[in-house]
Design a protein around this ligand. Structure first.
Ligand code: NAD
Length: 344
């Protein structure tokens, strides 16, 4: 049953950039348990305009400086952090200390230590912490996981996944911080390779035991002075499944994944887009394209966070899930640097 507006939990959005304004804020209208309640921004003009657009009072607009006073706003239950990666830790900790539950964008943080601090702060404040892995709420991915677990592909042998797009800091403001190590923590792996890594884990249903990696970035290209462009990595899982993944800031756009079983293969292309997913399954007999209804992964994710708070449940993608990926990412960087396999 759909809740009334006042039964829904209030979200404060921290960081009013491209993803927040184009994908997240417009999707609250599709939510059953979540509503937009406050905005936190470094640009007062932008925040005021958006507040007016979304019918929020000016008292629900905060700056990064007075953000901590959000603790006195009972209309805000959950703070959703959509800032550059290296700021996730500070604002998660401040939100927990203000007594709010936290939904935080991927990658969770730019170091293992920061992830651990975020988990500890939310535990100490007895608040929920969820990392915004939207693919875990996306119907094509959920359908793929179900087919794999049911054995439709037979025994899984291998997974491949490629994520790439051209990063354009001179054309797109959202790409400016992405090539600055202090803000992004790393390059394509932290930003989009993480989708391949996370997918290899949820598709196999296992945790890797060893990683290998190779990196190549054209250092004469100013975009790659501080962060990596191309990184190829492999994950070895306990059952013997091998995942082979690539991530790049100079490919033309790709976001795909394929699972190879001994009976059939399954393709998701795209695997991790905002919409228009496709699935193909093939075997010796031929190929088929199952009919799956496109869903609203953003609304499903926001509603899940709200339901976890309402019913005191652990989120499907808690802080510990984000920490695992950041640990594997660090191991992949180490493997790329040393040229040696790294046990994880
Ligand atoms: P963006 O640059 O459009 O937004 C970032 C916001 O942070 C801007 O409003 C900017 O003004 C603000 N900001 C505050 N302090 C800043 C500083 N010191 N330097 C730069 N900006 C600062 O970026 P985005 O694409 O919206 O990404 C924001 C976060 O969302 C990132 O963590 C990114 O990984 C994540 N993201 C997730 C998805 C997804 O599909 N889940 C998609 C895009 C981005």
């Amino acid at each position: 049953m759909r809740s009334t507006e006042s039964d829904k939990l209030g979200f404060a959005i921290v960081g009013l950039g491209k993803f927040a304004t184009e994908q997240i804020m417009p999707n609250f209208k599709a939510c059953q348990h979540a509503r937009l309640a406050a905005l936190v921004s470094g640009s007062p003009d932008k925040a005021r305009k958006l507040a007016a657009q979304y019918d929020l009072p000016e008292t629900s607009v905060y700056s990064y400086d007075n953000f901590d006073s959000i603790k006195d706003n009972p209309d805000v239950d959950i703070v959703y952090i959509i800032l550059p990666n290296s700021l996730h830790a500070e604002f998660t900790i401040r939100a927990a200390e203000a007594g709010k539950h936290v939904l935080c964008e991927k990658p969770m943080a730019t170091s293992v230590e920061d992830c651990e601090k975020m988990i500890a702060a939310c535990q100490q404040a007895d608040r929920k912490l969820m990392i915004a892995y939207r693919a875990h709420f996306e119907p094509f991915n959920l359908d793929a996981i179900e087919r794999i677990r049911k054995g439709e592909l037979g025994t899984i042998k291998a997974i491949t996944s490629d994520h790439g797009r051209p990063v354009k800091p001179t054309e797109d403001e959202a790409d400016v911080w992405r090539v600055v190590k202090k803000l992004a923590g790393g390059g394509s792996l932290m930003d989009i390779g993480i989708y391949a890594l996370n997918a290899a884990r949820y598709l196999s249903g296992e945790e890797p035991v060893e990683v290998t990696a190779q990196e190549f970035s054209d250092k004469s290209d100013p975009r790659f002075a501080e962060v990596e462009d191309n990184i190829h990595f492999t994950l070895r899982f306990p059952s013997g499944v091998l995942a082979s993944c690539t991530s790049s800031y100079s490919y033309s756009e790709v976001k795909r994944g394929r699972v190879f079983g001994d009976k059939a293969w399954l393709d998701l292309d795209p695997l991790s887009d905002y919409k228009k997913h496709t699935m193909k399954i093939g075997d010796d007999e031929g190929k088929q394209e199952p009919e799956i209804e496109e869903g609203n992964q953003f609304a499903a994710e926001l509603d899940h966070m709200a339901e976890c708070v309402l019913h005191n449940k652990t989120p499907k993608t808690p802080g510990e899930e984000g920490l695992k990926d950041v640990r594997y990412i660090m191991a992949i960087y180490e493997a790329a640097k040393t040229g040696k396999a790294v046990k994880v």
